[in-house]
Design a binder for this molecule. Structure first.
Ligand code: FES
Length: 116
């Protein structure tokens, strides 16, 4: 058995240690190869409510901040999935369709900021 596997993250190949989680693989790879301060390039997905960039926090399946598309399945907790050779992983950065669309008029009266 090889000590490493090749996964594809947003179509870029990464050779990562076998047996670790997808989240750990990407975090480890990002640390050594991503020198950008652009938060969106470090995000695993965007929050569906406010589109803020999100990345793994707990690494044990509790926070859901590590969600990614893995082998065509969306919203997978990448910290709970072990890397497999040839695995296709995508960051879920385009959440425009899921943005919170409610307006002030949809909020209860006591939560509106404009109470004219
Ligand atoms: S990092 Fe918290 S659920 Fe994956």
């Amino acid at each position: 058995m090889s000590d490493t596997v090749k996964i594809y993250v947003d179509e870029k190949m990464m050779e990562v240690p076998a047996g670790i989680s997808v989240a750990a693989a990407i975090l480890g790879h990002s640390h050594s190869h991503n020198h950008s301060n652009d938060q969106s390039r470090k995000a695993f997905h965007n929050n569906s409510m406010d589109a803020s960039p999100r990345a793994p926090y707990c690494l044990m399946g509790v926070c859901f901040e590590c969600m990614m598309e893995i082998d065509g399945e969306a919203n997978v907790q990448s910290c709970l999935v072990t890397v497999q050779d040839g695995m296709q992983v995508k960051r879920q950065l385009n959440t425009e369709a899921f943005h919170y669309k409610n307006t002030e008029d949809d909020l209860p009266e006591n939560r509106r900021t404009n109470n004219d």
